[in-house]
Design a protein around this ligand. Structure first.
Ligand code: ZN
Length: 345
C-alpha cells in the first residue's frame, strides 16, 4: 500500500479523503467535461476498491451509494486499503439525461455493440478518450471493481451479475456476489485472447474482479436501492477485510436463490402501450402471460408470454434511441423483459 494514492487531481495520504477530477474532454466552447472522483486512503494496508456509477447516464442510484459510503459510513482512519469513488463515469451521458454519450452516442463500457468501445484509445472519439482516462487513472489502480447500474420502474429485482469464465477472477467474484447478497446471475464466458480492450475486459486481463450490480428505480435516488446498495458494498468490504463487522443479510426484497442464468430478452411483436400482470421475481411457467400490449383505443393487441420456466428480472420497455426503459410504451422489436432461470426451480 503506497503512502499516497493519486487519481486524477486528487492525492490522498494515509488516513485521508480527497476529491478531485480525472481530466476528460473539452467541448467546442473550451469548457472542460471532467470526471469527479473521491479518493480515500486507509491508515492500514489492504486492497483498493473502485466503485463506479452512472456509466449509463440515467442510472443514478449508485451515486448516492458511493457518496454515503465515502462521506458517512467508512472512516479512512480505520479503513484497511483504499477506495476510489467515481459517482458519474460518463458525464457526457449524465449531462443530457441520456443513456449513452450525447456527443457520439457511444457506451463508455462498450455495451450494446458488435464492435464495442475500448479503453485503449487516447486519440479516439470523445467517449473513447473518457474510457481511456478512466482506465489509466482509476481502473488500472484497482484490485476489485463494483460497477453500479440500475434497472427502471415498474418494480425490478435487485441483482448482481458475474462472469465466472475466467479462473483468475472467478473465486473473488463469487465471494463478492455472495457477500453483496441479492439474486445473482452467473455467466461463464472465458475471455478470448483477442478480445477488445473494453474496461471490463482489461480488468479480466489484469486479474481484477469486476462485479455488475443492478439496483432498481434507476431514474431516482430512492429506497430501498440506497440501503441495499450500501449494505451490499459494505458487505464486500467486510468479506475482503477492509472494514470490521460481520456480513448483514439483505432484507425486505425478493431474492431468487440458486444459480441464475440469463435466458434472453423478450421483445414486442406489436406496438402500443404496455401493462404488466406479474411482478419481477414471480415464478412463471413457459407460456404464462405476464404483460399485455394495447392500442390507443384500449384494445389488447398482444398477450406477452414467458419463453421459459423462470423469472423476469426487469421490464426495460421501450428501448428507443439506445435508452431502455424510457417510456411504458413499445414499438415492434422493443425490449419488454429480461428473462432468466434458476437452478432451484
Ligand atoms: Zn446500465
Amino acid at each position: 500500500m503506497p503512502t499516497s494514492l493519486t487519481v486524477g487531481t486528487a492525492t490522498a495520504k494515509r488516513g485521508e479523503l480527497k476529491k478531485g477530477v480525472i481530466k476528460g474532454i473539452e467541448l467546442n466552447t473550451t469548457t472542460s467535461i471532467d470526471i469527479p472522483v473521491l479518493v480515500m486512503n486507509g491508515e492500514k494496508d489492504g486492497p483498493t476498491l473502485l466503485m463506479v456509477s452512472t456509466q449509463h447516464g440515467i442510472e443514478i442510484q449508485g451515486i448516492e451509494v458511493i457518496l454515503k459510503i465515502m462521506r458517512e459510513r467508512v472512516n479512512p482512519k480505520s479503513l484497511r486499503g483504499a477506495i476510489i469513488g467515481i459517482p458519474v463515469e460518463n458525464p457526457l451521458a449524465f449531462m443530457h439525461h441520456q443513456y449513452l454519450s450525447w456527443i457520439d452516442n457511444l457506451d463508455l463500457g462498450g455495451g450494446g455493440s458488435a464492435s464495442p468501445l475500448t479503453a485503449d484509445q487516447p486519440s479516439g472519439t470523445a467517449t473513447e478518450r473518457l474510457a481511456h482516462a478512466l482506465w489509466e487513472e482509476a481502473w488500472s489502480k484497482a484490485d476489485m471493481v463494483v460497477n453500479i447500474h440500475c434497472n427502471v420502474r415498474p418494480d425490478s429485482l435487485f441483482f448482481t451479475e458475474i462472469n465466472i469464465g475466467n479462473p483468475s477472477t472467478r473465486e473473488s467474484l463469487e465471494r463478492m456476489a455472495k457477500a453483496f447478497g441479492v439474486t445473482n446471475v452467473v455467466e461463464s464466458v472465458p475471455l478470448k485472447e483477442k478480445a477488445p480492450d473494453t474496461l471490463a475486459n482489461l480488468a479480466v486481463k489484469n486479474s481484477v474482479p469486476d462485479i455488475l450490480i443492478e439496483l432498481i428505480d434507476g431514474r431516482w435516488i430512492s429506497e430501498p436501492s440506497t440501503t441495499v446498495g450500501i449494505r451490499g458494498v459494505l458487505n464486500i468490504m467486510k468479506e475482503f477485510d477492509m472494514i470490521d463487522g460481520s456480513i448483514e443479510k439483505q432484507k425486505g426484497i425478493t431474492i431468487i436463490p440458486g444459480v441464475c442464468t440469463f435466458h434472453g430478452i423478450v421483445r414486442a411483436n406489436r406496438g402500443g402501450l404496455i401493462r404488466f400482470k406479474k411482478a419481477p421475481g414471480a415464478f412463471l411457467k413457459r407460456g404464462d402471460i405476464f404483460a399485455e400490449i394495447y392500442d390507443l383505443y384500449g384494445d389488447v393487441l398482444e398477450q406477452v408470454k414467458s419463453p421459459v420456466n423462470g423469472y423476469i428480472w426487469a421490464y426495460p420497455c421501450g428501448d428507443i434511441l439506445g435508452t431502455p426503459g424510457s417510456l411504458q410504451a413499445v414499438q415492434t422489436g422493443a425490449n419488454i423483459a429480461y428473462a432468466f432461470t434458476s437452478s432451484d426451480k
